[in-house]
Design a protein around this ligand. Sequence first.
Ligand code: ADP
Ligand code: MG
Length: 429
Amino acid sequence: MAGDRAGDYRILHEADLRDCLAGQPKLAALLGGEPAAWSITEVGDGNLNLVFIVKGARGGVAVKQALPYVRLVGESWPLPLSRAHYEYLALSKQAELAPGLVPALLHHNETLALTVMELLEPHIIMRKGMVAGTQYLRFVDDITTFMARTLFFSSDLALSAAEKKEAIAAFAGNHALCKITEDLIFTDPYRIAEQNRWTAPYLDGLAAHLRDDMDLHVAVSRLKLKFMASPEALLHGDLHTGSIMVTESETRVIDPQFAFYGPMGFDVGAVLANLLMAYFASAGHERAPGERQVFEGWVLDTVEQVWNEFSRKFLDLWRSEARGDAYPPALFAGEKGAARLEAERQAYMQRLFADTVGFAAAKTIRRIFGLAHNIDFELIEDSRKRAISEARAVRLARGMMVEAVAFRTIADVTGAARKLRDWMPELSS
Ligand code: ADP
Ligand code: MG
């Protein structure tokens, strides 16, 4: 591809992109036919980058290019192009650890901050499907395989200390993307920040309460510290339902540009938070009465199964594939050692669950009071209804963050969600 020298970065427009792809024999063959006849459409609906879908006579590809700034905000918020490098690195690693669950990589150009990958078609963004009330029956199995395998095999349970430290180093430069999380998730929703927004005026009182709630400030600050200071495993770093593309029979995880070594509960919590938000948003969307109950029941079952299956798969890997330097076998020999190690595995999962609950709560609150919202709530047109759904989610999230003793099992989480389903919050007016 043209432009492999440093400093040759430019934002690709259609003609330029066509030439770039045509210059790659493998890609040109995959697309097929005359380059002039390829259709090129920019479809990026994310907050950060450009995504083009290119189709030729034979096939199609998706092309993602990083911009030197945040797409959602514009040039006033610069963001390093290197995120494309980390996304590529993470996608390669995930493809190795969780085959078939990420789009296949076809080409990467470091200078242009550009990655060409498998076109996912007819997959749609899972969040969109869930807003429409669609159930995805493969989701639990696929996402739990993805999380269990990527998290376990990148951790000290699977790697030698040297491999693990090299892996941390390989992603350590992605700190600008981490900083976005540190600010937008763990800080801004709890203070006056220019970028914050919420469903006004109904949630004005709740927003003010959040800024004054010191128990919550302590809890979210502990989570922030854990996010910054616990390189447990290679995280996807942004594992919400907008980073998952699905059909009824397939699941693919996209967009790992926030990848870095962090606490495992951050990824698991992201999945649970986005399911719980879909649950509370459901009340605000048009659905036939019977369908509503079935859909909401499925969402809460999915929340429970995601944790239970993730936990089961992670523990199975630990029992059969633990070749890392943590928990040396020499210290757990014999029957007594085996029993003690198994008890320790359970204790580890209990701690991971507590992290997961906390991170899920932080992920929920930021979507309601921070910069980036989600369509689960945003597509509820009646702002009063939207505020009611959001306030229910926030009430659950606050409890999950500060009342850890009330959330020891995943059934505690779904039970509390169910109780809040018809709770009527006091709204500001
Ligand atoms: P951003 O980093 O800006 O969030 P994403 O990677 O999330 O970008 O992609 C933005 C959108 O582009 C997705 O919501 C999806 O609609 C589309 N997209 C991304 N990758 C693919 C792909 N491999 N196949 C088809 N569509 C894709
Ligand atoms: Mg995205």
